[in-house]
Design a protein around this ligand. Sequence first.
Ligand SMILES: Nc1nc2c(ncn2[C@@H]2O[C@H](COP(=O)(O)OP(=O)(O)OP(=O)(O)O)[C@@H](O)[C@H]2O)c(=O)[nH]1
Ligand SMILES: [Mg+2]
Length: 216
Amino acid sequence: MHIVQPGMEIDVLKENNKIANENWRLLKSHGIKSVDFMGSIGAGKTALIIKMAEKLRAKGIRVCAIAGDVTGTDDFGRFERSGMEAVNCNTGKECHLDARLIKKSLADVDLDGFDVLFIENVGNLVCPADFPLGTDYRAVVVSTTEGDDMVRKHHDIFLHSDIAILNKTDIAYAVDVNPETIAEDYSRLTGGLKKMYMCSVKKDEGIDEILAALGF
Ligand SMILES: Nc1nc2c(ncn2[C@@H]2O[C@H](COP(=O)(O)OP(=O)(O)OP(=O)(O)O)[C@@H](O)[C@H]2O)c(=O)[nH]1
Ligand SMILES: [Mg+2]
């Protein structure tokens, strides 16, 4: 039997926000800039983080990544092999990271050993939206291979994100998707105020613009 107490959901979110605030203050006290990458399964979050970290490393900026996954060490291993400091953060069966898990992950690293923290959230376009982690920016990553209706189906995560990224423009043609359709949906959703950043991690296209949008 599943009993939902009135107000319980609110308390969970309130507690998360409190810890997120503490995380943010902790990161700021060490001069660390941080981004939470949310998005669909397989959209290219790990690939994008690795590519961005390579570019930042070339400028002398040190990046640490937290790999958020339900189980396993696949993304953690990719981050480590790319030369980044990384922490593996398995949720067990939860479909999103939360601020408490990030607080625990931050206790495992030397906060003076890096300048930027990239957090890869668990892949899905629903649950992570409600759980801020205490980062400076929240980014949502989708890709052309998911079809052209992602923005129309998932308003919440796009509205909770500071920046929206559409990856895999290089293979849009192969799945009959017009990237402009997705970008127009996003522009409409945000009242014409925000543009969607398009990229192909594979071809190294559009990544510099994303870094600039994040203030690098
Ligand atoms: N063609 C193409 N493939 C890409 C691009 N970016 C990533 N991929 C491929 O897409 C697949 C998924 O990429 P990941 O980086 O693992 O995606 P993810 O969002 O981290 O996936 P999860 O962590 O499982 O949610 C891999 O096979 C990548 O090589 C791109 O720009 N173009
Ligand atoms: Mg990944």
